[in-house]
Design a protein around this ligand. Structure first.
Ligand SMILES: Cc1cc2nc3c(=O)[nH]c(=O)nc-3n(C[C@H](O)[C@H](O)[C@H](O)COP(=O)(O)OP(=O)(O)OC[C@H]3O[C@@H](n4cnc5c(N)ncnc54)[C@H](O)[C@@H]3O)c2cc1C
Length: 412
């Protein structure tokens, strides 16, 4: 039975699908990629426009950056299968050495995704991978092992790897339309939601006038209640936020996404707790402000080097002030509540949370339990990770796992 399978069909030509194709073709199997766009890797190109952050060199706790998996060791095993170092070697092998930047972020020397993708596609061509570009899959008939393309054409497969991506930046081709045909086939899919994205705030006009487009540097944010300030920070994320017309953007709020989404399930408004002076404990801020009896904000700026945007927040947010005691101002500096209304739309998000439920998968192989010879890889699986190189690393690793498992079915 094993050797009857001769072609592995991969649906989706993003990094997960291309990596799966590379592994399968390298092993000598016939590989066909079906890609809805006229060019593969459009999101990879987009990711590489302002610097392709391939992976991260902080390998010690790498696996802990991923949420969700079939079991707690999954990401550790995935990283053992295709490690951050292996990804760097892969890039070097294609002609682009990598370098490490702030926070362990790893970039190829060419910085952009385009040269790397060109070299990668050339390699796949050399391996004999067959690309069917501009062909969207619109339905799946697992009972007959066929995929239905737009226009009615049917493609039979012996083994199929789905690598269709999430639903962010749909103009790159990843629009999440696969969810309906997966659900029709009886596969449970958790709703696709925006991840690594900004959140909306209804800023007062006076605040926007002064602060739009400006950064809030060296702050910490959390979902912690202001009542628990004395307990010290819990799950707080440090970094820089950007004030935008519609709300907040920046690494810390992206990283807090899972906690914010969980809090959003409890009510229409999520309270983000902003610490404007994370390097000082509440008591230290209180001590510095203790002598102040008037001009509270001006004094806070002078004594604590509070930035312009922080001062504008304390002056203009309707739920704060007017200030008449150093103690209450100190508390607000250490825990300034910002009401978030919703995440930005999924169209703008860097990645997608939700996807094919882990309970549907044999996790060692990323094989769908209910279907013969069908595998899933990349962002369409139900996991998320912060920016910093973890997303691509996860897509490459899961693409490799799925391909290796499909190869075993082919007797390779
Ligand atoms: C602006 C931006 C910047 C980013 N920067 C980084 C970064 O620097 N580092 C990092 O690690 N990650 C980054 N990411 C995230 C990273 O690009 C994604 O996680 C990754 O591309 C997902 O890979 P994938 O193969 O799972 O899916 P995708 O790359 O989304 O590929 C899926 C493919 O499937 C095709 N497809 C979808 N539906 C169909 C269908 N029905 N029929 C046929 N084909 C279909 C799509 O056209 C697409 O080509 C960034 C993302 C964005 C949006």
């Amino acid at each position: 039975m094993k050797n009857e399978i001769s072609t592995i069909v991969i649906v989706g030509g993003g990094p997960a699908g291309l990596r799966a194709a590379e592994i399968a073709a390298q092993a000598g199997t016939k590989v066909e990629i079906i890609e809805g766009s006229r060019t593969p890797g459009r999101k990879f190109l987009l990711a590489g426009k302002s610097g392709l952050n391939l992976t991260n060199a902080r390998t010690a706790d790498f696996a802990t950056h991923y949420t969700n998996a079939a079991d707690e060791d999954f990401w550790q095993r995935a990283m053992a299968t295709f490690s951050p170092d292996a990804l760097r070697d892969w890039s070097a092998d294609l002609g682009y050495e990598t370098f490490e930047s702030a926070g362990g972020k790893v970039f190829p020397e060419c910085m952009r995704g385009a040269p790397l993708l060109r070299a990668w596609l050339q390699r796949l061509n050399d391996f004999g991978v067959n690309f069917r570009l501009g062909k969207r899959v619109v339905d799946w008939h697992p009972e007959t092992n066929t995929l239905e393309l737009e226009g009615g054409e049917s493609v039979a497969y012996s083994a199929v790897i789905f690598a269709l991506g999430g639903a962010s930046w749909p103009r790159t081709g990843s629009d999440g339309s696969w969810v309906s045909w997966f659900q029709k086939a009886g596969i449970e899919v958790n709703p696709l939601q925006p991840a690594n994205c900004g959140w909306e705030v209804e800023w007062p006009a006076a605040f926007l006038e002064q602060s739009e487009g400006k950064p809030l540097k060296n702050v910490a944010i959390s979902t912690q209640s202001s009542k628990n300030l004395e307990d010290g920070p819990k799950n707080s994320v440090l970094g820089e936020l950007m004030i935008t017309r519609y709300g907040l953007e920046g690494g810390p709020i992206y990283r807090l996404g899972p906690a914010l989404r969980a809090a959003a399930n409890d009510g229409p408004v999520v309270e983000l707790m902003l610490d404007l002076k994370p390097s000082l404990a509440l008591q230290a801020v209180e001590k510095k402000l203790a002598p102040v009896r008037k001009n509270y904000i001006r004094e806070a700026r002078r004594r604590l080097r509070l930035c312009d945007v922080g001062a504008a927040l304390l002056k203009t947010l309707p739920n704060l002030g007017p200030w008449d005691s150093a103690e209450t101002l100190a508390k607000a500096i250490k825990g300034c509540p910002i009401p978030l209304t919703r995440p930005r739309p999924i169209d703008e998000a860097i990645s997608t949370a939700g996807g094919v439920c882990w309970s549907e998968l044999v996790s060692e192989e990323l094989k769908l339990k209910k279907m013969p010879n069908a595998y899933v890889a990349g962002e369409m699986l139900d996991w998320e990770a912060p920016t910093g190189g973890y997303l691509l690393q996860g897509c490459f690793a899961t693409g490799q796992i799925a391909a290796q498992a499909a190869l075993r079915v082919c007797g390779k």
